[in-house]
Design a protein around this ligand. Structure first.
Ligand SMILES: [Zn+2]
Ligand SMILES: [Zn+2]
Length: 443
């Protein structure tokens, strides 16, 4: 009996079906890209109005928490949303579903209002992979892009350490008053150590250093010491030797009369002193009516080392919803000064940012009978670890099409196609042709 292999040539109907499926994928993808442009508009507006700044470290952290986005992806969304504000060409192409988010994301790393149009042409001509390569090549030519990004990050509380062209390391930053206080005290201590060493040395003919030079040496000594002795993130009570003089009544109740002062006389709020005392080394002093110290107690740690290790083991970092900081301070849910016990059940680990949120910004945390923590906003709304997903209609894709159609978009299966679909793109040539600096150097 004759056997035949069963090779069935695709019938026209099957091919049609597959083609239609492919077209549908391409068309819906274009609709999704167009919708992602609207999403970026919303993120930009939310970011601009500081909608995330209610306990979250950044807009990206808020996104990661609220919509379950990977933190890296969330950071990219925020970056792209901000960048598109000054890049209407790229924003428009994404909004019309003509350029994918992947390409726009890559192009916004280097695009400026001046180069946007040329990069947009490159983006339309190439695949996402080729666009990535154009951007990498562009970056090599255009070093200033990175400098601009560095400048943008230089905002508010920050520390920049980078190597200058001549090899020197430049340190620049802004610290909050109490962190700055720690740094300044550490620098003083390091300068004194260095000065003592210099005095003890035989070579006294050495030029006296300026204050700035001494500071630089002191900072280097601090870094060396930190590396030599190991950085122990589990013991903030020892790390932060900020001295706060606070009246006992204020520590127990922020509304009580009394004062809290830093060592240099700067006033801090009652709430700040409660936070600093929450997890610290304390010395109780008693003063007489004239303010003279009459009794000094022994130094005690508010959270003993063994308990801190247990706390760290249990909480594994900051417990504030959406926070991914692995180290933190032990927060007394009911303050020890107000009679709260220093026990695991009355402690929760919080990073600096969120410890401040709870003490000074009106956020509340309580432990429920089942042991879970419940956080609330200053308005009293609960902050769940994972917010409930919004209800989505079954016909979400159709709704998206309808909305895009209503917005006047003409999206079809060809909208997202690169223009030069069937011609290989020479990336090196594209950069030479497109980059303004490359054009200047061309013969
Ligand atoms: Zn606390
Ligand atoms: Zn945190």
């Amino acid at each position: 009996m004759e056997t035949r292999s069963l090779v069935v040539p695709p019938t026209p109907e099957v091919t049609d079906g597959i083609d239609r499926l492919g077209d549908e994928i391409a068309e819906l993808s274009a609709h999704l890209e167009a919708a992602s442009a609207r999403l970026l508009d919303l993120i930009r507006e939310f970011d601009r109005r500081g909608g995330w700044n209610n306990g979250f470290r950044s807009c990206a952290h808020w996104l990661a928490w609220r919509v379950g986005m990977d933190l890296g992806a969330a950071r990219e969304r925020v970056r792209v949303a901000r960048a598109l504000h000054s890049l209407p060409g790229l924003a428009g192409a994404l909004a019309r579903g003509e350029l994918s988010y992947a390409k726009v994301r890559a192009l916004t790393r280097v695009a400026t209002p001046e180069t946007e149009e040329r990069l947009l042409a490159g983006g339309r001509a190439g695949s996402a992979c080729q666009v990535e390569r154009i951007v990498r090549g562009w970056r090599r030519v255009d070093r200033s892009a990175e400098t601009r990004e560095t400048a943008q990050r230089h905002k508010h509380r920050a520390l920049h350490v980078y190597q200058d062209e001549d090899g020197m390391v430049v340190v620049r930053g802004r610290l909050t008053p109490e962190e700055g206080s720690v740094l300044m005290q550490a620098l003083v201590a390091a300068r004194e150590t260095l000065y003592r060493r210099a005095c003890g040395a035989d070579d006294v003919s050495e030029e006296t250093s300026s204050m700035e030079q001494q500071q630089a040496d002191a900072l280097a000594l601090l870094a060396e010491t930190a590396l030599h002795h190991g950085i122990d993130p589990g013991a903030p009570g020892e790390r932060y030797q900020v001295v706060v003089h606070v009246d006992a009544a204020v520590l127990a109740d922020a509304a009580a009369s009394g004062q809290s002062l830093l060592e240099d006389g700067a006033r801090v709020s009652a709430e700040t002193s409660q936070r600093l005392a929450c997890d610290a080394t304390r010395v109780v002093m008693r003063h007489d009516a004239e303010g003279r110290t009459v009794e000094v107690g022994a130094r005690t740690r508010t959270i003993p080392p063994a308990l801190r290790r247990a706390l760290h083991h249990r909480d594994r970092g900051c417990r504030f919803p959406g926070c991914d900081v692995r180290f933190g301070q032990g927060h007394h849910i009911r303050h020890w000064a107000a009679g709260g016990p220093t026990t695991l059940s009355n402690l929760a680990m919080l990073c600096r940012r969120h410890h401040r949120a709870v003490h000074e910004e009106g956020y509340r945390v309580e432990r429920l009978p089942d042991g879970a923590l419940r956080f609330r906003t200053p308005h009293g709304h609960p902050l769940p670890d994972v917010p409930a997903a919004p209800a989505i209609r079954d016909d979400a894709a159709q709704l998206l099409r309808t909305q895009n159609d209503a917005a006047g978009l003409r999206v079809n299966a060809r909208t997202l196609c690169p223009i030069a679909l069937w011609e290989p793109l020479d990336v090196g040539w594209a950069i030479d042709v497109l980059h303004p600096r490359a054009m200047q150097t061309a013969p």
